[in-house]
Design a protein around this ligand. Structure first.
Ligand code: NAP
Length: 300
């Protein structure tokens, strides 16, 4: 249980509602900032404006997945008012107060560092990345179906990268009957791809592997699907780039060659916001419990 914990939830989309539901179930006290237009009420959660919250009692601040923008603004889908998180607000919190977000940027890193408050980026955690790969794969399949006129079954698919997303994508497409080749640079990844019964290749061989590719799925956040690689693909190839912005594809060249290339960020929040929220809520509630127990241990 999170009894006695005071948490400020600032902004967010449908995913945040799952977090609010879970934390109130666990008996935490929540201040909801940027939720005026949300019809639903949660027992144990109070809708407040940022300047109404007593931050001297706040044990944790939960931001939406993107954190803040570079000016400190927090995305608030359920409010018309702009909400900003400033260093001064963090300075009012007790020293143990921790800020949780999905990802961070130079602004959020900067204010948490200056205020000397701990920042936890949930998307850096292996468990979150692996759970999130499930809705990511489903979103990838949706895009492949929407943007092709052939079945996944029997098509030649290249997956680039055998990280948390790449492994889930490759395994699922193989199960759907595609001929899956996976490109990686580490010998242990080549070994794992072989063990999975898929066709491995070294990334520096990519250019030589694309002549019959129907769908190319990139998960590597570096330019990997270069103009030179695209020039060797058949005209009907669909490129789905899952890597974080700006992706790993030369989109300008793909467009010039008439090859459809799609950057597809944030698929879990698009195709399965409830599940994506539950993934964050489950991990967050465990992390908050650990923090609370650690703090209690220090006090006693
Ligand atoms: P990950 O586990 O770190 O995997 C990244 C893969 O890229 C690894 O196989 C890594 O191989 C490879 N890689 C990285 N830099 C490379 C380089 N310079 N050259 C060759 N290979 C390189 O990350 P992930 O969790 O799978 O996520 C992959 C990407 O998808 C990230 O950008 C993430 O933000 C994004 N993502 C997108 C969505 C979406 O909805 N589109 C959802 C979740 C994640 P090595 O081990 O050899 O470095």
């Amino acid at each position: 249980m999170l009894t006695g914990m005071q948490i400020a939830v600032i902004g967010g989309d449908a995913r945040q509602l799952e977090i609010i539901r879970k934390l109130t179930e666990l008996d935490a006290k929540l201040s909801l900032i940027g939720f005026e237009q949300l019809d639903h009420a949660f027992t144990g959660a109070v809708k407040e404006k940022l300047d109404e919250v007593d931050f001297t009692n706040i044990d944790a601040i939960i931001l939406p997945v993107p954190g803040t923008n570079l000016e400190g603004q927090v995305e608030t889908i359920f409010s018309n008012e702009k909400v900003y998180l400033y260093e001064e607000t963090l300075m009012q919190t007790p020293p143990h107060c921790t800020v949780y977000s999905g990802i961070s940027n130079s602004y959020l890193n900067g204010i948490t560092k200056k205020a000397n408050r701990r920042l936890v980026q949930l998307f850096e955690r292996d468990d979150v990345a692996i759970y999130n790969s499930i809705p990511t794969v489903e979103g990838t399949i949706m895009m492949a179906i929407q943007h092709t006129d052939f079945t996944i079954h029997g098509s030649n698919i290249i997956v680039l990268g055998l990280g948390r997303v790449g492994m889930s994508v490759a395994r699922t497409l193989d199960a759907l009957g595609a001929n899956v080749k996976v490109g990686a640079r580490k010998s242990e990844h080549i070994a794992r791809i072989t063990e999975m019964g898929l066709a491995p290749f070294q990334l520096n061989e990519l250019e030589n592997c694309v002549k019959d590719v129907d769908i190319c799925i990139n998960t590597i956040p570096h330019l990997i699907v270069t103009a030179s690689v695209i020039s060797k693909m058949p005209a009907h190839t669909l490129i789905i780039d899952l890597a974080s912005k700006p992706g790993g594809t030369d989109f300008r060249y793909a467009e010039k060659r008439g090859i459809k290339a799609l950057l597809a960020p944030g698929l879990p929040g698009i195709v399965a916001p409830k599940t994506a929220g539950q993934i964050l809520a489950n991990v967050l509630s465990r992390v908050l419990k650990d923090d609370l127990e650690q703090r209690k241990g220090k006090v006693t």
